[in-house]
Design a protein around this ligand. Structure first.
Ligand SMILES: NC(=O)c1ccc[n+]([C@@H]2O[C@H](COP(=O)([O-])OP(=O)(O)OC[C@H]3O[C@@H](n4cnc5c(N)ncnc54)[C@H](OP(=O)(O)O)[C@@H]3O)[C@@H](O)[C@H]2O)c1
Length: 332
């Protein structure tokens, strides 16, 4: 089989399409013929050894896939060859075939494309966990979403609306603001490009405060970090929850006096570890996501697809801050 491999630390241009032996389904495993692999920011980081997981090389990036079961190992029940499935293996998805534990599989609903199926879980499952378990978001509360036209950002807008929140979407361009509006945001604000000096940081805090309103944001969903974090925290409500989701703009430092002044919580979000520690709670979230998808309340926003050989270009585009929604690689 072919796989798009990272053989040395480096950017997307270092990936190469190579031959590997076909995987074999071990005990409790199935082999999935990968049809589509969605790209996420962790793919940008993992090939540069900047992600929290560092797989041994050579490895294929690609954190979430949809495909068809090709063979089934010993001891697997409930699945048959030909079943259409979704999985979030973390890496390895930019390959024609993957051996996966049967417990990692979710059924791709009838009538849904492989591209949409591949683009569902990482973003929405992260976000439902963030908003409900960590953010305790309630109907009628105000949710501020940074990087709101990105993968997890658009998911936060849709889920925020599905849970009855007022959603303020913050993005870096008018085009991204239009995408956030189309996803259901009640209000949008366009921020500048970091780095920010002291005055620009203060001005951004005022911009956030004006957008969320005088009570402040009950929940702030931050998958951006960097110089955006402190101005956003300054717009939080009394007893608000600030969700630390990711750092494409850099890892910020926050003055802790701000948490005292607002009696607010800064909450880390680590969906992969949550799902591993509490699979039942994660499964309940995933079941809810499939229901919301069938009701039309959420839907993956695949804005561009790439050929398998161009998988590196998809990762490069995400790293360059140019993607709206999700990009997906058609593997076979
Ligand atoms: N904690 C978890 O469990 C978990 C799970 C999944 C993903 N994540 C993290 O969430 C973050 C977002 O992931 P994603 O897949 O949604 O990525 P994405 O689609 O690329 O969205 C990230 C957004 O960050 C903003 N941004 C600001 N500065 C940037 C920069 N220098 N480079 C690139 N983007 C920049 C961009 O929005 P604007 O241009 O509008 O600012 C972009 O749309 C990543 O850090 C990822 O690792 C965390």
């Amino acid at each position: 089989m072919k796989a798009l491999l990272s053989k040395a630390i480096g950017g997307p241009e270092t990936l190469s399409l190579d031959d590997l032996p076909d995987p074999v389904a071990g005990k409790g495993q199935v082999v999935v013929a990968v049809k589509a692999c969605a790209i996420n920011f962790p793919d940008v980081l993992i090939i540069e050894d900047k992600y929290q997981f560092k797989p041994a090389r050579p490895f294929a990036p690609g954190g979430e896939i949809a495909g068809v079961i090709e063979s089934i190992g010993e001891g697997v029940s409930g699945w048959t060859v030909g079943d259409r499935v979704i999985a979030v293996p973390g890496h390895g998805g930019l390959a024609e075939k993957m051996a996966l534990g049967a417990g990692q599989l979710f059924r791709l609903p009838e009538g849904r494309s492989f591209e949409d199926g591949a683009a569902l879980l990482l973003t929405y499952a992260t976000t439902i966990h963030a908003l409900l378990d960590r953010g305790r978001l309630k109907e009628g509360q105000t949710l501020l979403v940074l990087g709101a036209a990105g993968g997890v950002g658009l998911a936060a807008i849709e889920l925020g609306k599905a849970f009855g929140a007022r959603v303020v979407a913050a993005v870096s361009s008018e085009e991204k603001a239009a995408a956030a509006k189309a996803a259901g945001a009640d209000e949008t604000l366009v921020y500048g490009r970091a780095p920010f000096d002291k005055d620009a940081s203060k001005a951004l805090a005022e911009q956030f405060k004006a957008a969320v309103g005088p009570k402040g944001a009950d929940v702030i969903y931050d998958p951006v970090g960097g110089d955006y974090a402190e101005p956003a925290l300054r717009s939080i409500a009394w007893e608000g929850r600030y969700l630390v989701v990711g750092f494409p703009a850099g890892i910020p430092k926050l003055p802790l006096n701000l948490t005292l002044l607002k009696s607010c919580d800064v909450c880390g979000v680590f969906w992969g570890a949550f799902a591993a520690r509490d699979p039942q709670a994660n499964q309940a979230h995933v079941d809810r996501l499939f229901r919301l998808w069938s009701e039309g309340k959420i839907a993956p926003k695949v804005t561009e697809t790439f050929a398998f050989a161009d998988g590196g270009k998809a990762i490069a585009k995400l790293g360059a801050r140019e993607v709206i929604g999700k990009v997906v690689v058609r593997v076979s």
